[in-house]
Write a new protein. Structure first.
Length: 128
C-alpha cells in the first residue's frame, strides 16, 4: 500500500466528483443521504481531504463502486463499478423506503394500541 499523499486524496476527490456527475448529476445531499453520512463529510471527501474508513466505504457504495474502491484510488488505482445488484439505492428509492418504514411504524403503533385494548377487556373476564 502506497503512502496516502495529499495528491492521492485530491485524486480521490476528483474521482468522487466525476462519478457523481456520471450519476445524472446527483447532488452531494442526495448521495450523502444514500451513503448514510453527513453532507459535510461528503463535501470533505470531494475536496480531497481525509475521511474515516467507514465513510469511505459508504461513499463507495453510494457511488456504485465495489467495496475498497476508494482505498484503491487512494493507492493510485482506479475504482471498480459494482455489479448492478450491489449498487446502493437511489435517493428516490431511499426516500420511498423511509416513507414505507414510517407507514409501517404507524401500523405497528395502531396494532399495539388495539392489543392493549383487548388485553384490558380480557383482564375483566376470566381467561380459559
Amino acid at each position: 500500500m502506497q503512502e496516502r499523499t495529499a495528491a492521492n486524496l485530491k485524486r480521490l476527490g476528483a474521482a468522487i466528483r466525476a462519478r457523481r456527475a456520471e450519476l445524472d448529476g446527483a447532488t452531494q445531499a442526495e448521495l450523502s443521504r444514500a451513503a448514510g453520512i453527513s453532507e459535510t463529510t461528503w463535501n470533505i471527501a470531494e475536496r480531497g481531504m481525509a475521511v474515516s474508513a467507514r465513510s469511505r466505504q459508504r461513499i463507495a457504495r453510494a457511488l456504485g463502486w465495489t467495496p475498497g474502491s476508494v482505498d484503491v484510488v487512494l493507492d493510485g488505482g482506479d475504482p471498480t463499478l459494482a455489479e448492478p445488484d450491489s449498487v446502493a439505492p437511489s435517493s428516490t428509492d431511499v426516500a420511498q423506503m423511509q416513507e414505507q418504514v414510517a407507514r409501517l411504524e404507524r401500523v405497528v403503533s395502531s396494532m399495539r394500541a388495539d392489543i392493549a385494548v383487548l388485553v384490558d377487556r380480557l383482564d375483566g373476564k376470566p381467561r380459559p
